[in-house]
Design a protein around this ligand. Structure first.
Ligand code: SAH
Length: 338
């Protein structure tokens, strides 16, 4: 990516220009999706040249397309040589979801996740998050299609990079900018309680998802070391605060791992936790990254039926891009490292 730029610094360049120029520049980047300032026909030639010199906006990435063509993974090289991955999923009915990364690697070390194996390198800047979205917006434009959803379910833990994640969302949500409605953003977290409390107070109607994966602390701790700091009860307390403040539904992600967290007893304990009518469960077949195997599809069906009998709303995640290592938990920016 070459586009990495500090918006404040960038905007400073416009101080000497008439006020409306900044609006024109934003429209060119976020709505016309220009790839070179020369395409910004509303701006004077001298300014376009200055912008190209100081703030080139080309974004390059290596792409991988799944066999069914529904998934594209992009591998970006950052300015400092680190690499990150972003995934575009094309659903039916023109729904296009971009799954973005919020950090290079991840410090949380969940046992089932490939990103964990890279370790943690650094937080992404707001602009590095925005670029992932712009890259795919430009990519889709060629087919006259648009991004309809942005989910923070790529590499990293968004609530450990709160400010830059929210900063990126605000810019992408800006009516004069990319103008993607707040309800079309989702943040998935392992349950960083401070982040959940903060997001509850933001005036942003974005969606919240919690990676739960186990119905009790003992098992969850085995899978997710962060459970030591934030046990289930504390997470659910914070989520209840969020629900009371926002009246928004909350998704609980649950990876189905063969013979580990997929028994009838686990389903019943999970149902106990999901008594809030605004909670719902999203079942995800575990993608193999190491020792864990996915539950059989018959087991997932039975697990789902138990939850539903207990009155829990359950959805199931479609598995995108497994053949290009673009599915949940498979992002690891292979061949990376400085
Ligand atoms: N750190 C955040 C954001 C990453 S989101 C979080 O954990 O929520 C990625 C989602 O994919 C999370 O729900 C994560 O638990 C899930 N995931 C990780 N490894 C997986 C695997 N091997 N199979 C299926 N889902 C996985």
């Amino acid at each position: 990516m070459i586009f990495s730029m500090d918006l404040i610094q960038f905007q400073r360049l416009f101080n000497k220009e008439p006020k409306y120029r900044w609006g024109q520049a934003k429209k060119a980047i976020f709505q016309d999706l220009i790839q070179d300032w020369q395409e910004a026909a509303t701006l004077p030639l001298s300014l376009r040249e200055e912008l190209n010199r100081k703030y080139p906006i080309g974004i390059s990435a290596k792409t991988f397309v799944s066999e069914d063509k529904n998934t594209t993974k992009a591998l970006f090289a950052l300015k400092d040589g680190f690499k990150i991955e972003t995934v575009l999923m094309r659903h039916k009915k023109k729904r296009n979801t971009v799954c973005v990364s919020s950090q290079v690697g991840c410090p949380l070390n969940c046992s089932f996740c490939a990103t964990a194996k890279m370790g943690f390198k650094r937080d992404l800047e707001a602009w590095e998050i925005i670029e992932q979205v712009l890259f795919f917006a430009r990519y889709l434009k060629k087919n006259k299609e648009k991004i309809t959803n942005v989910v923070f379910m790529g590499m990293g833990e968004p609530f450990l990079n709160y400010q830059n994640v929210i900063g990126a969302i605000k810019i992408l949500n800006d009516k004069e900018g990319f103008n993607l409605g707040a309800r079309h953003f989702s943040i998935s977290t392992v349950g960083i309680v401070e982040g959940i409390r903060k997001i509850a107070k933001e005036k942003l109607q974005i969606n919240l998802a919690i990676s739960l994966h186990a119905p009790d602390d003992k098992l969850r701790l085995k899978l997710m070391p962060i459970n030591k700091k934030y046990p289930i009860k504390e997470i659910l307390n914070a989520v209840d605060g969020y629900v009371n403040n926002t009246r928004r539904r909350v998704m609980f992600e649950y990876i189905m791992i063969n013979d580990l967290n997929d028994s009838d007893t686990h389903a019943k304990s999970l149902a106990e936790l999901m008594k809030n009518p605004l909670y719902f469960v999203n079942l995800i077949s575990c993608n193999q990254t190491g020792i864990f195997k996915p539950s059989l599809s018959s087991r997932i069906r039975e697990f789902k039926e138990i939850l539903e009998k207990e009155g829990v709303i359950v959805t199931q995640r479609y598995r995108f891009g497994k053949d290009i290592k673009g599915a949940c938990g498979q992002l690891a920016a292979e061949g990376e490292k400085k």
